[in-house]
Each structure stands twice: as C-alpha cells, then as structure tokens.
Design a protein around this ligand. Structure first.
Ligand SMILES: *[C@@H]1O[C@H](CO)[C@@H](O)[C@H](O)[C@H]1NC(C)=O
Length: 596
C-alpha cells in the first residue's frame, strides 16, 4: 500500500534494505559471484562472433580446454563440401539394420555417425527440418558412443518446425545434458522450450545456469532470466492474491497508520443506546487499546446490528472502511468512507482517508479535491495539512510538503509525526543542516517518544554517520523497552542494519533482527533484512525461507511481486549450486577473495 497516511520514511524500508545489499537483481541471482566477476574483469571466453546458423558446429566450445576433443571434430569443422548435391548423397545412403550396426567396429560406427550428422547439418541449413531429424536419429542409432551434439542438433530442428515441438526439444536437451551438463547451447534451447511450455520455474533454472556458465557474456540469456523471473513472480502473485483471505497487516504497520491521526474522544452515546451503539463503543475502545483484531470484528458487528444515530454510524463506517483499506479492499473502503461523509459532511478524517483511496487508485486530482473540501469543513484541522503533506511527499514535492507540515504544526505542535516529516522533507530538499536542526528540536520536544531518535538515526545512517546513527537507534530501543508492550521493533532492525553497514558485522545484524522477530513475528523489515543477510552469506535455503515469509506478509501486489522475484531468483541459484557444485564453489571462492 503506497498509502499516504503512514509515515513515509518507514515505507521505503524494504527497498532500502535491498538497495544496500545488492545493486540489481542479476547480482542476486548469483549472489556475490556476479559482482566478483565484474570487479575482477575476468573474461573466460573471448566473445565469439555468432555463426550464421543457430546450429551447433561440429567443434563445439573450441576454447573449452577441459573437454577432450574428439578426433572427428577437426574433419567436421570443414562442413560437407563433398555433399553439395544432396540427391546424389541420398542415393548412396544405406539405412543399416541394428544387427549390421552391432557388427561394425567402433571406429567405423563413429565415422558413419559423423557423416550422418554432417548430412543432417546440411539439410538443416536448407531448412529441411523433418529430414534433418531423420538423419540425426540415425546418427544417434549408429554411434557407439552417445554424442550430446546429435541430440542438441535434433532439438534445433524441433525448435524450427512450425509450430515448434517444445516437448521433443526438452526431451532431446535432457539427453544432451545428461551427457554433458555444461552444454550451454542445450541449456539455452531447453530453457526457451520450457518457457514455451509455460514451465517457468524449470525455464528459469536453465536460463540461470546458462547465464552463469557463460560467465555473464550472453546478454540475451541474462535478459531471459529477468523476463522469466517476472513471469513467475507476477503469475504467482496473482495466484496468491486471488486465493488468500483478506487479513490485517502487522501490528507495527496498523499502529503506524492509526498514529498518523490525532486521537479523538469517544462519541457521545444517545440516551437509549441500541446494542449496535454499544458495540461501536467497544470497537473504538479495542482500537484505542491496540487490539485491532477485536476492533475489526466488533465494528463489523456494530454496523450489522445497526447504529441508531447518524454521527455514530458515520464513525462506524469510517472505522470499518479504514480496516478494509488496511486489508487491501480499496473499493470496499471507498464505499464505506463515502457513506460516512454523506452521513456527516464535516467528518474531515473520512475525507482525508478517501483522499488516500484516490491516491491508491492513482487519481491525484480527486485526492486534492478531498483535502480542499476537508479544509472548507474545518480550516483548523491539523490532520488535514499533515496528510496533504504526506501526499505531496510521496509525489516528491518536498517544498510544498514541508509547508503543509509546518501549517499542521502551527495549528497543533503536539503531533510528533509533523515534526519528523518536516525534518525528512527538508533533508530531501537538500537542506541537511535545517533538517538536523529540526530533528534536534524534535528530540528535545518529545523526549519520551522513540520515533524522533529512530528517524533521526535513519538520516544519520544515510549520511554514513554510523556511530551517531547507532546511538540514536539505541536510544529509541531504550524508550520502546521502557514502554508498555507491544514494542515497536523498527529501531532494533535499524540498529542491525547500521551495524552491518558500519562494521560488516553480520552476526550482530542478525541478532538484532532475530530479536525483533521474537517480539513481533510479523515485522516485515526484520524478515526482509534477514533474507538479504542470508543471501550475502550464501545461505540460500534460509534466504528462500525468509522471502517466502516476506511474501506472506506483503500487503500490496508490488511488494508481493518483489518478494517472489527474490524468492525464485534464489531458488534458481540454489538449483545451480546443486547441479554445478564445482562451478558454484569456484565462483564462491572468487567472490570471497574479492570481498576481502
Ligand atoms: C544466448 O542466449 C540466448 C537465449 O538463451 C540463446 O538463444 C543464444 O543461442 C545464446 N547465444 C550464444 C552465443 O550462446
């Protein structure tokens, strides 16, 4: 939810975590190995100009010294000059029986197979794919020693048939890769076929392996990784969203949301309150106590039971709509909030919340109309200016945002978030000195609040003033611990992050995040940080677990897609480590040396 109503600095937390750990998704795919290769500038393969045909030349991977070269390769390398007239060749061509083949010496069988392959290649170049298939099949039958190239070339024929025979491509590439797991061309071919079959996870596995084995030299394969990754994560995200029960976000998130509105006194009940009227009061009391799961049940009940007076009903619909909004039901929220306003046109809070709904729907103009209407209804409502500031902030209009925060503070300077957001907006405008001064004043004005030191710490961290940042986070943690539970654990996670950035102390960072999770198991920031730290340490299994958890906690579709992207990229990396342990070790070692 890009809700304008939560504290804006908190919003970007997950993004911030991911930014600092990894520059881009491709780096994630191979962990630190990719970065190491880029830094070291190690080029394993001279970039080879592409052959005019997509088909495998007989001499495959000429620069690969590990593979012993087969003798026949050299001959096949000068393709088929003696076979310019195919019809003549076909006349001479005798199909051998299984017995005849078995009776031939190995050397002769190899030569026969090589010759069949050459003919197949020739037919392939003439785009006679069905006939080429025939010859590769015979080459496979004749050969005494299975050759992956025969399968891969036959697969190339299936690729080019219309429609392409993806299943057969996969089958032949399976065979080729069984014979040579480092056969990059077969990997690419199978990846493309699997994508065509919408078997995206397997396709990603292959594209990933091909990219790494090629030392990131093949830009097309690397782009394919990203394309397939996107398909998987959007696909899975849709599946998850359409099947999951709407539920409330984490305590931390909801309390931040409600904290963005000044507390109001409970509505006065009519003389003879109905059951619904009383239930509404219970719902509001539960809200005040931070018992959100009860509050949501109670307010739903209250509306169903019926509320006897207009202002009360407007209050109930405001609360029910707010919970709907928090659970991602934007349309339901809008309906409730609009009804709330029509019952009580002066209800500025409902107007402000409808503005958030409009922003969520991408309608900025309507959002600002709501703010103007709210100001007409009550020009002295400090909340309205604060929230208008928030909308301006997320659209990067920091100067106007700052004016609105200031206006809100002029009306009521007891609301800590106006001060914090003003400081952050000043920072974003480049007025670092002003911003720091605003923070220092805010620390003095609100000595018992944990938010000023926490967000001040975030800006200090952004300036790489690590020690000062850690001190501020520690102060915030201290204040939170002294309070009645539940504790806001964001400062704990921030401290971990700061220690990591400052001293590369992964252990300390993890301890902070784990403690945060013990206190608040739904703290998305802690989950996201542990996931990234696990990736940093090549503990992919743990990272996947955490990305799964992050996906569970994700509220909006973009957040969900983001978590799933990392999750599936990590899974593909894990597959690679399992399937190519030697290569994975080599890369890991390189990554380690270069980090030192
Ligand atoms: C690069 O990757 C693409 C897509 O996977 C593949 O079709 C192509 O053959 C590869 N190019 C080379 C030179 O290996």
């Amino acid at each position: 939810m890009s809700s304008a109503s939560t504290t804006t600095t908190t919003q970007s937390f997950v993004e911030r975590v991911q930014d600092f750990v990894s520059e881009n998704k491709r780096a994630i795919i191979v962990g630190t190995a990719a970065a190491a290769i880029a830094v070291g500038g190690v080029v394993y393969y001279a970039s080879s100009s592409r052959a005019n045909s997509d088909l495998e030349k007989a001499e495959r991977r000429p620069k690969d010294k590990k593979k012993p070269k087969k003798r026949k390769s050299a001959k096949d390398n000068q393709p088929i000059l003696e076979e310019i007239v195919p019809s003549k060749v076909e006349e001479e061509d005798v199909v051998l029986t299984a017995e005849q083949i078995a009776a031939m010496p190995d050397k002769e069988r190899a030569e026969a197979a090589a010759s069949l392959k050459t003919k197949g290649n020739n037919l392939y170049k003439q785009r006679k794919f069905a006939e080429a298939v025939e010859l590769y099949t015979r080459a496979i039958q004749v050969a005494s020693k299975a050759d992956p190239v025969f399968y891969s070339n036959r697969a190339a024929c299936y690729v080019n048939m219309s429609p392409p025979k993806h299943e057969l491509v996969v089958h032949d590439c399976d065979e080729a890769l069984k014979l040579d797991s480092n056969y990059v061309k077969a990997l690419n071919r199978r990846a493309i076929a699997l994508e065509g079959l919408e078997r995206y996870e397997e396709s990603l596995r292959d594209f990933t392996a091909a990219t790494i084995l090629d030392k990131f030299q093949n830009e097309t394969a690397a782009q394919s990784v990203e394309r397939v990754l996107k398909k998987i994560s959007t696909h899975k995200a849709n599946e998850i969203i359409s099947s999951r029960e709407p539920r409330l976000p984490s305590f931390t998130f909801i309390s931040a949301y409600f904290a963005a509105f000044r507390p109001r006194s409970l509505p006065t009940l009519p003389e003879n309150p109905t059951t619904g009227d009383n239930t509404l009061i219970l719902a509001l009391q539960a809200l005040e106590a931070g018992d959100y799961s009860h509050s949501v049940v109670l307010v739903n009940e209250a509306v169903d039971q019926g509320i006897s007076w207009g202002a009360g009903e407007a209050e109930a619909l405001n609360l029910r709509g707010t919970f709907k909004f928090l659970m991602g039901d934007v349309l339901g929220a809008k309906a409730d909030l609009l009804q709330s306003i029509s019952l009580l046109p002066s209800f500025t809070q409902s107007l402000v919340k409808v503005a958030s709904v409009h922003m969520e729907q991408g309608d900025r103009e309507k959002a600002f109309e709501c703010f103007e209407e709210a100001i007409r209804q009550d020009p002295n409502d400090a909340d309205v200016y604060y929230h208008r500031g928030q909308v301006l902030f997320i659209t990067n209009e920091f100067e106007k945002a700052a004016e609105n925060y200031q206006q809100s503070m002029n009306l009521d300077d007891t609301f800590v978030f106006s001060h914090i957001q003003l400081a952050v907006a000043q920072y974003k405008m480049g007025n670092v000195a002003n911003s720091m001064a605003t923070f220092r004043r805010t620390l003095t004005a609100f000595p018992q609040r944990s938010e000023p030191p926490n967000y001040y710490g975030e800006l200090l961290l952004d300036q790489q003033r690590f020690q000062d940042a850690v001190e501020k986070f520690e102060r915030a943690i201290e204040i939170e611990r002294a309070k009645a539970p539940p504790m806001n654990v964001l400062s704990l996670v921030n401290k971990g992050l700061a220690l990591y950035q400052w001293k590369q102390d992964i252990g300390a960072a993890e301890r902070c995040c784990n403690e945060a999770l013990r206190i608040d198991p739904e703290c998305e920031a802690a989950v996201a940080t542990i996931a990234q730290l696990s990736l940093q340490q090549s503990n992919i299994e743990r990272a996947i677990e955490m990305f799964d958890r992050q996906a569970e906690l994700a509220r909006s579709e973009p957040e969900l897609i983001n978590a799933l992207t990392y999750r599936y990229a990590s899974a593909a990396q894990m597959d690679f480590m399992k399937n190519y342990p030697d290569m994975a070790n080599q890369l890991n070692q390189m990554a380690r040396t270069m980090q030192m």
